[in-house]
Write a protein that binds this ligand. Structure first.
Ligand SMILES: [Zn+2]
Length: 277
């Protein structure tokens, strides 16, 4: 199947790979064991008891949040340092099947995703888009591979995913790519470095929903989370590019935490320019 309808332009060759020294120092100080994304500490009631004890991944269960009839958030949970955090991905329902954006944070929750899609929609999964090479976006990719579901990413994410052992993706996405999905369109946009070098956002033109992924922080986030691979100088510019590209977004969904409107982008910029972060 050929899902790509737009022309792609080469751009990754021009990505600056210089990372400011202070980012490296900060990353070293806070993140030697961090492999997760920009966490949002779970604040909503959890479907399992939470304590300071390590809770095994298998006790985490996927949750569903309806944004529109055709767009759902799959909310999964992961552990870091004895704490539980949530992560958002998307399921887009079309007349031909569903599109998944990012996998849940574990394989067991990815099995729940498959079961739920089957029971609720009785539709096949057309393809998976991963928005960057971190495990809260890609932990379930082996299960998609097992089912022969196409996994799309940018070439940079494909390269980083391979290096990190997250599996193989098909690098068909470029700086801007529109994918057909039954009666809907799914657009991805690479705005530049931010939370990671490869973070992309997903735009749904039919419903005016913007999935910001880990580039965008929720309003309840007080800090930037894990900045181990972040480029703070470029991050602000990247958010501004998204803001000017999608000014008519009605719903903005961050990688972690509650969804809202475009003020999530302005909040992210505030966090970036704050001397406390
Ligand atoms: Zn991340």
């Amino acid at each position: 199947m050929n899902f790509v309808s737009s022309k792609n332009t080469r751009f990754f060759s021009s990505i600056p790979f210089m990372i400011p020294i202070r980012v490296l120092i900060l990353a070293f100080c806070i993140g030697f064991s961090f492999t997760k994304c920009n966490f949002q500490k779970a604040s909503a009631p959890l479907p399992f008891p939470v304590s300071n004890d390590i809770v095994s991944q298998s006790s985490h269960h996927l949750e569903w949040i309806k944004v529109k009839e055709t767009v759902w958030i799959h909310k999964s949970y992961g552990e870091f340092g004895g704490q539980t955090y949530s992560a958002n991905g998307l399921v887009i329902v079309t007349n031909k099947g569903v599109v998944v954006v990012d996998t849940p944070w574990s394989e067991s929750q990815t099995e729940e995703l498959f079961a739920w899609i089957q029971s609720k929609f009785q539709k096949e999964i057309l393809y998976l888009i991963v928005t960057h090479a971190h495990d809260d976006r890609m932990a379930g990719t082996p299960l998609f591979q097992k089912r022969n579901i196409p996994i799309f990413s940018t070439s940079l994410t494909a390269k980083l995913a391979k290096e990190k052992g997250f599996g193989k993706t098909n690098p068909i996405l470029d700086i801007q790519t529109r994918l057909g999905a039954g009666n809907q369109w799914v657009e991805v946009f690479y705005p530049g470095h931010g939370h990671s070098a490869d973070n992309i956002v997903v735009w749904l033109p039919d419903t005016h929903i913007l999935f910001g992924g880990c580039l965008i922080k929720s309003l309840e986030a007080n800090d930037l989370g894990n900045t181990k691979e972040a480029n703070r100088e470029e991050w602000e510019n990247s958010v501004k590019r998204v803001l000017s590209r999608y000014p008519d977004a009605e719903v903005v969904i961050p990688g972690h935490g509650d969804w809202g409107k475009l003020d999530l982008l302005r909040h992210t910029i505030r966090l970036l320019v704050s001397p406390d972060n």
